[in-house]
Ligand binder design. Structure first.
Ligand SMILES: [Zn+2]
Length: 139
């Protein structure tokens, strides 16, 4: 089974969200070790379905991210550059929300960040970007 975040490495970490009476179905996440390290601190009880960006707004953000922070599209194996990519996405999203005067708590922010960083649209966008800029992978 492949890691569901990067869709590249085999999944080595399997996490099941705590089932609670108000949650209809629990969900198991499968990540490779590198992704788990980046994601797990973000998911105390992770209900990512609770809050997410709209497709339209998310795609506007990816446009801006692509022109201003191409390092966020890094897909190689260097853990430092991976962390740099994650940080770039977080800082970028914080800045954008501040610009829009959207003031949200930290937990809500983590949910939006999760949606922003791990949506299927991000991976589609990143793959497309690499097809158009084959050398970015070596940055
Ligand atoms: Zn992964």
């Amino acid at each position: 089974m492949l890691c569901e975040a990067c869709k590249k490495e085999p999944a080595a970490v399997h996490l099941t969200t705590a089932s609670r009476p108000d949650v209809a179905s629990e969900r198991t996440f499968h990540f490779c070790e590198a992704c788990a390290k980046a994601i797990v601190p973000l998911m105390p009880e992770l209900p990512p379905q609770l809050l997410c960006l709209s497709d339209l707004y998310r795609s506007k953000l990816y446009d801006a991210l692509q022109s201003n922070h191409p390092e966020a599209f890094y897909t190689g194996d260097d853990p430092k550059l991976r962390r740099k990519a994650m940080n770039a996405m977080e800082i970028f999203l914080r800045e954008q929300l501040r610009k829009e005067k959207i003031d949200i708590g930290d937990f809500a922010f983590q949910m939006l960040l999760h949606d922003f960083s791990f949506s299927r649209h991000f991976y589609e966008r990143r793959d497309l970007y690499h097809r158009m800029h084959p050398r970015i992978a070596e940055l």
